[in-house]
Ligand binder design. Structure first.
Ligand SMILES: [Zn+2]
Length: 337
């Protein structure tokens, strides 16, 4: 059975509730955002279902989660959150909760039980009095796991700030290669924002493997004026990078960091190449001296930015990545390490 069949509109739920009540079944109701489903949710909903014959879950709409929780949440859109909840065996019907509070739905369907998970007493619940007034009962289920969507998100955020430990035997990096993206690593498509159009240029995989094997770290410095102009979003840019990193990663290539300028030309920022901002920042982050740093790109702006930052510049036009790599490798013995 497709879980989607359990997702009902308010009107469909009216009929469903009437039929279940007519059949003499005890109806339980609960609500929540269920942004990232975790063990606490599953335990809670299973325990709620044990208290009744049929369990309704009202999932907070995206707008209501943004209002009552955090303007940046939810992470998962309402359609998908409802679908995931509907996939649980303990859940019989799912609907959308547009309001911040479930009172209007409780009064509409008058379920036998209003069930909440948490650490409070049943008489502390704001809707409790209204539920008791129509003859319903309030039940509180204590959490069985010390977890929450917020804790999961915090953990992911913490992981993201930690550098991956280097292998114990890894030698000190000999230098840094800053790579332009469009026209250097991947086929240049103006305002590229569709991951399906990512095409790694010839010679790039082999070249990057050689640079990496020579002890050089790899990072990207990319102008993305399309973001500033509103042609595509940062999320689009990241999705394109993800497609590219997936292909490179499958070949054993590790890009350590991606620097990008999201500004339009008119904003006159300090990071858009030919300015040196992104390169200077990268050298600082990687503790690489300019003479240990190479800028590979396919445009005059790239070369000017590299020169302004004091790096060595290597031109790698589309298809010329191999010879450019050879040039860098030939310069390596001169590096101050
Ligand atoms: Zn910028």
């Amino acid at each position: 059975m497709d879980p989607g069949a359990k997702i009902l509109s308010l009107e469909q739920m009216d009929q469903w509730v009437a039929a279940e009540k007519a059949a003499g079944r005890r109806i339980g109701f609960t609500c929540g955002s269920f942004d990232l489903l975790h063990a606490g949710h599953v335990q809670y909903l299973a325990a709620a279902r044990d208290l009744c014959d049929r369990l309704i879950v009202a999932v907070n709409s995206d707008a209501s989660v943004s209002r009552y929780k955090n303007p940046l949440r939810p992470i998962v859109p309402e359609r998908e959150r409802m679908y995931v909840v509907a996939g649980l065996a303990s859940v019989d019907a799912v609907t959308l909760l547009e309001d911040d509070r479930p009172l209007s739905l409780l009064l509409r369907w008058k379920p036998d039980l209003y069930i909440k998970g948490g650490d409070y007493q049943a008489d502390e619940l704001r809707s409790g009095e209204d539920v008791r007034a129509y003859g319903g009962k309030v039940e509180v289920i204590r959490p069985g796991f010390d977890t929450s969507s917020s804790k999961v998100i915090e953990r992911i955020g913490t992981l993201a700030t930690h550098a991956q430990p280097e292998a114990a035997s890894a030698a000190q990096a000999r230098g840094l290669v800053l790579l332009d993206r469009d026209g250097t690593l991947i086929r240049n498509i103006p305002f590229l924002h569709d991951p399906a159009n990512v095409e790694i240029l010839p010679g790039v995989i082999e070249g990057l493997l050689k640079l990496q094997a020579a002890g050089l770290q790899l990072a990207i410095v990319s102008n993305q004026q399309g973001i500033g102009l509103g042609y595509f979003t940062v999320q689009d840019f990241i999705a394109v990078n993800q497609a590219m990193l997936r292909e490179l990663g499958a070949r054993g290539i590790r890009i350590s960091k991606i620097y990008f300028c999201p500004h339009s030309l008119a904003e006159q920022c300090a990071c858009r190449k030919p300015a040196a901002g992104m390169l200077v920042r990268a050298m600082r982050d990687f503790k690489a001296a300019p003479e240990q740093t190479f800028l590979m790109g396919d445009s005059d702006e790239d070369m000017q930015a590299g020169a302004a930052a004091g790096c060595r510049t290597v031109r790698a036009d589309e298809g010329a990545f191999g010879p450019a790599t050879q040039l860098i490798l030939s310069l390596l013995p001169d590096l101050v390490t």
